[in-house]
Design a protein around this ligand. Structure first.
Ligand code: ATP
Ligand code: ZN
Length: 287
């Protein structure tokens, strides 16, 4: 009998590939991702994995070749396919920005009126320009957009940026943010019951991995006369674990803290007399 499998499309080779593969593996899904593979099956989860160009993934998902996929929000926004975003994944962060040569006297977005803008994102850009009442000429090119002003093809560009170093080395200055993006899990809008059940199982694991990545396990030693003040800084999942040390007058405290609060809390813990602070990463976290 053929077991039903959920089909997922991942980027074959590019900026999202390693993190996408890693995410599935951290969810306990084992598979062979050997070079050059187009398709593989997970060993211990009803999942079939396709490796494709990122631009094609929304189309494959909306056509039903794959059921779900991982792409940048930028790609979904541009292709306007009939897919839904199910979950943000926390990697592949970047923004789609407008940039102009350093010599361009840019004051406001109105300076882009009647200018030529090179981009690989004509749909997203034309919506943005329309919202801002700008009439410009959009030149669609598929790669190396950042060189367009230098070779006289355009007056400005609309391109993906993460650190901004590519713009900088090409003498460009970022002037407007068009879209903020990260990797997302997309799906066809109506999966049948069996596929939805598998997807729910995968989502349960994804949520546990994401929660774990946002938290750290912390252990520390505290003098007993400071226990109350120190545990008040560490709410944990329910409340921190407190155990006596072999040395009288001291306790060991175990808890979970959010990575955003991490440094601030560690400083306060030290100030209150905590010692031997250990911080560990968490693989999965199920509340
Ligand atoms: P493919 O061969 O699959 O078409 P590509 O060249 O279009 O690959 P990549 O450059 O690998 O795509 O980028 C994939 C995604 O990574 C982008 O769509 C975007 O969501 C994200 N990303 C994150 N940071 C950046 C960045 N600095 N520049 C471009 N993309 C980025
Ligand atoms: Zn692409």
């Amino acid at each position: 009998m053929n077991e039903t499998k959920l089909k997922i499309a991942l980027q074959k080779s590019g900026r999202l590939s390693a993190d996408s593969i890693n995410l599935l593996k951290t969810c306990g899904i084992g598979f062979n991702d050997g070079l050059g593979k187009l398709r593989t099956e997970a060993e211990n989860f009803p999942l079939e994995i396709f490796f494709l160009r990122d631009d094609d993934i929304p189309e494959y998902v909306s056509d039903g070749v794959a059921d779900i996929g991982i792409v940048g929000e930028n790609v979904l926004a541009e292709t306007q396919k009939n897919c839904v975003m199910i979950e943000k994944l926390g990697f592949g962060k970047c923004r789609l920005s407008l940039a102009v040569p350093k010599s361009f006297d840019y004051q406001t977005i109105a300076n882009l009126n009647n200018k030529r803008i090179a981009t690989s994102y004509p749909n997203v850009l034309s919506r943005f320009l329309a919202e801002n009442n700008i009439k410009a000429e959009i030149h669609t090119i598929s790669g190396s957009v950042e060189i367009a002003p230098g070779i006289g093809l355009a007056d400005a560009v609309c391109d993906l940026v993460s650190s901004g170093s590519t713009l900088f080395t090409n003498g460009l200055r970022e002037v407007e943010t068009v879209l903020i993006s990260e990797a997302i899990l997309i799906s066809r809008s109506n999966l049948n019951g069996e596929l939805q059940t598998i997807l729910d199982k995968l989502l349960f694991r994804l949520k546990a991995v994401r929660a774990a990545r946002q938290n750290r396990y912390i252990l520390l030693n505290a003098p007993n006369d400071k226990l109350q003040e120190i545990t008040a800084l560490l709410p944990g999942i329910k409340s921190p674990t407190v155990m006596p040390l072999a040395e009288t007058g001291w306790s060991s405290i175990h808890s979970v803290i959010n990575e955003n609060d991490f440094w601030e809390i560690v400083e306060q813990l030290k100030a209150k007399g905590a010692e031997g602070i250990l911080v560990l990463s968490i693989d999965q976290m199920i509340e």
